[in-house]
Design a protein around this ligand. Structure first.
Ligand SMILES: Cc1cc2nc3c(=O)[nH]c(=O)nc-3n(C[C@H](O)[C@H](O)[C@H](O)COP(=O)(O)OP(=O)(O)OC[C@H]3O[C@@H](n4cnc5c(N)ncnc54)[C@H](O)[C@@H]3O)c2cc1C
Ligand SMILES: *[C@@H]1O[C@H](CO)[C@@H](O)[C@H](O)[C@H]1NC(C)=O
Length: 526
């Protein structure tokens, strides 16, 4: 079914994160002329957000290029995405970043692209314990190695099936408890501290997955997430430099900012407000009352937003099985706490600081009293490198309900808790970070959390369900009224920037194929 005059159809994209920007880019490239992006906030980038430590308000270093190195750009920190995960040819974010010349030489080298860490980069660690001791690598590295092997095994059930337990957390804990006594029977003295370390590593995984507890992450689908080769790298001028370059390629007025969409009315025919009797199947209603008539809408809002507004964001509301998938899929919180110090208390080559609670030898990745002990969920810190660029800055990581509670505290209260923590773990009663900046993704009304994970009981079908355009298969209705992109709709790269970008492109291409049947196979299925 070829539709007439497709290139002038009214297309609206909801959300100006990387998936929305990517969709717009692709549609314009294929000659669509009526493309607008509607964004709730005053900025582009969504969960890509570069800020500055020690500045009130968020500035970003967009105009920064490699020719003007980071001087005017010191103290930048990534409130949202930080790394290109798997920067190699297959990664579209890496390709774009190379085209725009946003990366340093080393990140682009063939050697770095060939390194394959399977998603777990080997940072040089320092270990501190709750009694103020520093632990030696010989004592602790075996625990990390042991845990990495368990993690690898937990990823294998996606291919092989037959998972023995419903969640990754239950599997990791059961296997650790079963195998550790045997593994370290020659080394009894260290078993306790290594079990405490495994607890810390469970908290790390909560941050990686963006979940409250690994008990919520499904074991059977855990291996569905795919990693790409390449040594994870960062943007010297901030991740937002990528957004700025992409935005420069779009028409200046393509985005309507500060326009939260309240409801997408679809599946009906009505005379649009700006038209002369043409009928549009969709009307977008914004919070401020303004409406827009559309042929197609690409929804890119985060899964957290969809969960919160599932009953009202579409009218008629989402089909049952799509609703169920939205409810069942996981979307949790991972936050960062940036701290700047006068002097480093870590070793010069240190890239990662682990905090090990000596009393946490029973494996559990949640704290029992969130208000009193939320800080225990903070597994440790990554060190921002190089120090010449960033100063002595650490990034603390905390996931889950403990992280959501942290968001409700004042910056001063967080600073107090973190300072106490550091004094305890370093044994140095005078340590005092001089600046602090933390993210608050759970209290962001346009994301309600950080990113997607495949929850217990979910599978790839749920992600495919999420991604299915509406109407589902009503042959009389106009096709592709509402399409779904965004990080949560990518089966193997959910929770990443490259996943998000690919879904934006995917949905744009779906529209391209609708109007130019020869260019794709999709239209023949309609
Ligand atoms: C703390 C943190 C760390 C991360 N680290 C990494 C990392 O290192 N590497 C990596 O690859 N990924 C990382 N990610 C994930 C990555 O940031 C996201 O997967 C990606 O940016 C999502 O892009 P998106 O376009 O799907 O969604 P978003 O960027 O969230 O864009 C959606 C847009 O929709 C807007 N919106 C929402 N509701 C409405 C509405 N009703 N009306 C209009 N607009 C609306 C939002 O304001 C937003 O701008 C991280 C995320 C977080 C939170
Ligand atoms: C869409 O409209 C048609 C015709 O009015 C109706 O039969 C159908 O049930 C509607 N679909 C939904 C999901 O409401």
């Amino acid at each position: 079914m070829a539709l007439p005059s497709g290139l002038d159809s009214q297309i609206f994209i909801i959300g100006c994160g990387i998936s929305g920007i990517g969709a717009a880019q692709k549609l314009l490239k294929h000659g669509f002329s009526n493309v607008r992006i509607i964004e709730a906030t005053a900025r582009s980038g969504g969960r890509i957000r570069t800020g500055r430590l020690g500045w009130s308000g968020l500035l970003h270093c967009s105009s920064q290029t490699l020719e003007q190195p980071a001087l005017s750009c010191d103290n930048i920190v990534e409130i949202g995405a930080n790394w290109i995960h798997g920067p190699s040819k297959e990664n579209p974010v890496f390709r774009l970043a190379c085209d725009y010349q946003l990366l340093d030489k080393e990140s682009m080298s063939e050697e770095n692209q060939a390194i394959d860490m399977g998603g777990h980069p080997l940072f040089v660690p320092n270990w501190f314990t709750s009694s103020g001791r520093k632990l030696r690598p010989e004592t602790m590295a075996p625990a990390v190695e042991f845990f990495m092997k368990l993690l690898e095994r937990s990823q294998q059930f996606y291919e092989s099936g037959g998972e023995p337990l419903p969640s990754v957390g239950e599997f990791l804990k059961a296997e650790a408890e079963r195998l550790a006594p045997e593994e370290w029977k020659e080394d009894q003295a260290n078993i306790k501290i290594r079990m405490a370390m495994i607890n810390t590593l469970l908290k790390v995984e909560c941050c990686v997955s963006g979940t409250h507890t690994m008990d919520d992450v499904g074991l059977g689908a855990f291996g569905m997430y795919k990693t790409l080769p390449g040594l994870d790298c960062t943007f010297p001028g901030g991740y937002e430099s990528l957004i700025d370059h992409m935005m420069k390629e779009l028409p200046k007025d393509i985005v309507l900012y500060n326009k939260p969409v309240k409801c997408i009315h679809w599946n009906y025919t009505k005379n649009g407000p700006d038209t002369k009797g043409t009928s549009f199947p969709v009307t977008i209603e914004c919070l401020d009352g303004k409406t827009f008539a559309a042929d197609h809408v690409i929804v890119t809002v985060p899964l957290g937003y969809l969960k919160k507004h599932q009953d009202t964001f579409l009218s008629p509301s989402l089909p049952q099985h799509k609703l169920h998938s939205i409810q069942r899929m996981g979307f949790g919180t991972n936050n960062k706490i940036f701290l700047e110090f006068e002097q480093p208390f870590w070793e010069e080559d240190c890239e990662l600081i682990y905090l090990v609670w000596e009393d946490e030898t029973d494996l559990a990745d949640v704290v029992s009293d969130v208000k009193m002990s939320w800080i225990r969920k903070l597994f440790g810190f990554t060190v921002l490198k190089p120090a010449e660029r960033f100063g002595n800055v650490l990034c603390g990581w905390i996931a889950g309900h403990e992280s959501e509670y942290m968001e409700t505290l004042s910056e001063f209260e967080v600073l107090q808790s973190v300072t106490q923590l550091l004094r305890k773990f370093t044994g140095n009663p005078t340590i005092a970070p001089r600046k602090l900046l933390r993210s608050q993704w759970f209290h962001n009304p346009y994301s309600f959390g950080s990113y997607t994970y495949v929850a217990k009981g979910c599978s790839g079908y749920d992600i495919d369900n999420l991604a299915k355009p509406l109407p589902l298969k009503d042959s009389n209705a106009k096709p592709l009224q509402v399409l779904f992109a965004g990080e949560a709709t990518h089966r193997s790269f959910f929770s990443t920037v490259h996943g998000a970008l690919l879904t934006g492109w995917r949905e744009a291409e779906r529209l391209v194929s609708l109007y130019t049947p020869a260019s794709g196979s999709l239209s023949s299925k309609l």
